[in-house]
Design a binder for this molecule. Structure first.
Ligand code: GCU
Length: 598
C-alpha cells in the first residue's frame, strides 16, 4: 500500500477573522433571544456591500441609513422591507428565493440594558454560508461555514437602550468551499439557527469538558477554561446525584484540570441516564445534563460500555418534517428522532454536516447514539490550504460544541471522497486533528465500494489506518447491479475492524405500487432493503448500518418530474410524513437484530 506522507500544509492565513472561542453550553448562560421577525433585503448584486467599482462600500446596508430629507438619496430601507421569522432558511419562506443563491441582509432592533461587570456576546447557532455581522453600523465579525455555531464579543459596541443588528448572509457555493459546489441537498441560505445576546461575567468559564477517562468507569476527568489567563479562580463542580462536590483552581492560563473519583450509572440506549453537573464560582453558575459512557472497538466489534453493540441506525438530513426547509428546533428534533425511535434505532447518522444542538440533546434523552459529520463531501479541493483550514475549523467547531454530549459516539470527517494522494493527505491530517482533540470517540468517514470481480465487492481505502470503523456506502441494486445480485454477492473488507454500512437505499414515490421489479415503487424499495440486510447480515464484522434515509428531502439534483420533483425519494417516510413499506422492513430487521446483539 502506498505510504502516505502527511505533508504539513503551509497554511496561508485563512481568509476570515480568527474565530473567538465558542461559549460552551450557551443555553445555560444568561441570554435573551433574537429569534423572531427580522426585516430582510434581497441583494443579488451585493449593492449593500460594494460600490459600483466593486470596492467595499463604507456606507453599506449595515449602516441602516434613513433618508434625512426629501432630497436625500438612500436606495434601501430596512424598516419598509418585508419580515422573515428567524431562525429560518429563506428558500422556503419566499417563493422568489426558492432557488436563490446570493446575499440577503437581515436587520433587527433590540433594546438592551448594559450590566456592570459583564461582557456581552452575540451567538449564532449557524448561518449558511458566508456571514458578516454588524452592530449599530459597525462590523463585529464574520464566519464561513453553514452548520456550526459562532459568537462575537459586542461588549464595546452594544449600547444602553436601542440597538440594531445587521447580518449579511451569502449562500453562494464555491469550488474551494466546504462543501464544494456539488452536493445532494438543498443549499438552504439564511440565519438557519437561533441567535442570542449572551451576558457573562467579565471573567467567565468559556469552556469545559466533563467525561469519563477513556477506558475507565470510576474516574471523571476533563478541564475548565476561563476566557482570561487568570490564576487562582476557585471553581466548584457538583454532581448532586453522585454526591460529588469538588473544588478546582485555575492556573496562570485560567485553566484547570478536572479529576473526580466517582462511578456514575452508565448512559446507553436501554438507560439514557443523564446527570445534572453544576460548575459554579462566585460570579456564575452553569448547569449541564451530562451522560457518562465508553465507546471503543475490539477487533471486529464495537463496544458500548464494554458490551458488544450493533448500530441500528438511519441517516437523517436536517430537513424540517412536513414543512421542509432547515430543521432547527426542539420540536423538529422530537419528530425526527421519534420516527427513528419508532424504527427501532439506537443510532442516527446526522448527514452530512453538524446538526443543531437540539438534535444532539434530544438524542441523548432518547438514548440514541449519534454520528456527527463535517461536509467534506465528494470533490473537495484537496490541494487548497484554505479549503483545509476551513474544513479543520468546521471540525474544531463541531467537536468544541458537542464534546460533552455522550450521545455522539462517532466523529466523521468525510463522505464519498474520490481517492488521490492529496485527498489522503488532507483527510489524514483531519483524522489526526480529530483524534488529538478527542481520543474518546470513534473516528470514521463514509468510504466507497469498488467492484473487484463479478460477484465480489471490495472496500479498499488508504484511510483504513486512520479510522476506527470501516464505514462505506453501498448502492448495489440502485446505482448499478440488480437486487438479485445480493443473493450471491461476496464482500472483501480486508481490515480487522468493525464495518458499518453508512448508506444503502433506493428511491420510492410514496403510494406508487406495483411488482417489486419496478423501480420507484414502494415494493422495489422494500425488496432492496430486505435483500441488502440479509446480504450484510452474513458478512463477518457487520457492526451496524444507517440506511439512506429517514425522510424524503429536497435536492437540486433530483429532477424527474412526477416522481422526484426536486425531492430525493430514498426516504423511508415521504415528505408528507407517510411511512413507506421499507420502513417496516427495516423496523422488522432491527427488532430481530436487537436480540442478537443486545
Ligand atoms: C450518496 C450520498 C448522499 C446522496 C445519496 C443518493 O451516497 O452520500 O448524500 O443523497 O448517495 O444518491 O441519494
Amino acid at each position: 500500500m502506498k505510504k502516505i506522507i502527511l505533508s504539513a500544509f503551509v497554511l496561508l492565513p485563512f481568509l476570515m477573522n480568527a474565530q473567538e472561542s465558542l461559549i460552551q453550553n450557551v443555553y445555560a448562560r444568561d441570554y435573551v433571544t433574537l429569534n423572531g421577525s427580522w426585516n430582510y433585503i434581497i441583494d443579488p448584486f451585493d449593492m449593500g456591500y460594494y460600490d459600483y467599482r466593486l470596492q467595499e462600500n463604507p456606507n453599506g446596508f449595515f449602516k441602516n441609513r434613513k433618508a434625512q430629507s426629501k432630497t436625500d438619496l438612500v436606495e434601501y430601507n430596512f424598516d419598509t422591507s418585508p419580515l422573515m421569522v428567524i431562525p429560518s432558511d429563506w428558500n422556503t419562506k419566499n417563493k422568489q428565493l426558492f432557488f436563490y443563491e446570493g446575499s440577503v441582509w437581515f436587520k433587527k432592533d433590540f433594546d438592551y440594558t448594559k450590566k456592570p461587570g459583564k461582557k456581552t456576546f452575540v451567538y449564532f447557532g449557524a448561518a449558511n454560508y458566508d456571514t458578516k455581522v454588524y452592530l449599530n453600523g459597525e462590523k463585529v465579525g464574520e464566519h464561513i461555514g453553514g452548520f456550526t455555531p459562532f459568537n462575537f464579543d459586542i461588549s464595546e459596541k452594544v449600547k444602553n437602550g436601542s440597538n440594531f443588528i445587521v447580518v449579511r448572509v451569502n449562500n453562494e457555493r464555491h469550488p474551494e468551499g466546504v462543501p464544494t459546489i456539488n452536493a445532494d441537498w438543498w443549499n438552504y441560505g439564511g440565519i438557519t439557527r437561533e441567535v442570542m445576546i449572551v451576558d457573562v461575567p467579565d471573567v467567565f468559564i468559556s469552556d469545559y469538558l466533563v467525561q469519563l477517562e477513556k477506558g475507565k468507569y470510576d474516574h471523571i476527568v476533563g478541564n475548565i477554561q476561563l476566557n482570561q489567563a487568570k490564576a487562582g479562580e476557585v471553581i466548584e463542580i457538583m454532581i448532586p446525584e453522585l454526591k460529588v462536590r469538588e473544588i478546582f483552581v485555575t492556573d496562570e492560563k485560567g485553566f484547570a484540570q478536572i479529576s473526580i473519583h466517582a462511578k456514575p450509572e452508565l448512559w446507553g440506549p436501554e438507560n439514557p441516564k443523564l446527570y445534572e453537573v453544576v460548575l459554579s464560582r462566585e460570579a456564575e453558575e452553569i448547569k449541564d445534563q451530562i451522560g457518562f459512557r465508553q465507546i471503543e472497538t475490539r477487533g471486529k466489534e464495537i463496544l458500548l460500555n464494554g458490551e458488544k453493540t450493533f448500530f441500528r441506525g438511519i441517516c437523517i438530513h436536517e430537513e424540517a418534517p412536513f414543512r421542509q426547509g432547515r430543521a432547527w428546533s426542539p420540536d423538529d428534533a422530537k419528530v425526527l428522532l421519534g420516527w427513528a425511535k419508532e424504527l427501532g434505532c439506537n443510532f442516527v447518522r446526522l448527514a452530512h454536516y453538524p446538526h443543531n444542538e437540539h438534535m444532539i440533546r434530544e438524542a441523548e434523552k432518547l438514548g440514541i447514539m449519534v454520528w456527527s459529520e463535517i461536509p467534506v463531501y465528494w470533490t473537495i479541493h484537496w490541494d487548497n490550504p484554505n479549503t483545509y483550514a476551513n474544513a479543520q475549523q468546521q471540525l474544531d467547531e463541531m467537536i468544541s460544541r458537542d464534546k460533552n454530549r455522550c450521545a455522539i459516539t462517532v466523529w466523521s470527517i468525510a463522505n464519498e471522497t474520490p481517492h488521490s494522494d492529496s485527498r489522503d493527505v488532507f483527510l489524514g491530517k483531519l483524522a489526526k486533528y480529530a483524534r488529538d482533540k478527542d481520543n474518546t470517540r470513534l473516528i470514521s468517514m463514509a468510504m466507497e465500494v469498488s467492484g473487484e470481480a463479478k460477484d465480489v465487492s471490495k472496500v479498499q481505502d488508504n484511510m483504513n489506518t486512520f479510522v476506527d470503523i470501516i464505514s462505506f456506502n453501498s448502492y448495489l441494486g440502485w446505482y448499478g447491479g440488480k437486487i438479485e445480485d445480493m443473493k450471491t454477492r461476496k464482500w472483501n473488507i480486508p481490515y480487522d475492524k468493525p464495518f458499518f454500512v453508512s448508506e444503502f437505499g433506493a428511491g420510492a414515490l410514496q403510494g406508487k405500487h406495483s411488482s417489486e421489479t419496478e423501480i420507484w415503487t414502494e415494493e422495489y424499495q422494500a425488496q432492496l432493503y430486505k435483500e441488502t440486510l440479509a446480504m450484510f447480515d452474513k458478512v463477518e464484522g457487520f457492526a451496524g448500518t444507517s440506511p439512506w434515509i429517514l425522510v424524503d428531502f429536497y435536492s437540486p439534483r433530483r429532477q424527474l418530474n412526477g416522481i422526484q420533483d426536486f425531492f430525493n425519494r430514498k426516504g423511508l417516510i415521504s415528505n408528507n410524513g407517510v411511512k413507506k413499506q421499507a420502513f417496516f422492513e427495516l423496523q422488522d430487521f432491527y427488532k430481530n437484530k436487537a436480540d442478537e446483539y443486545k
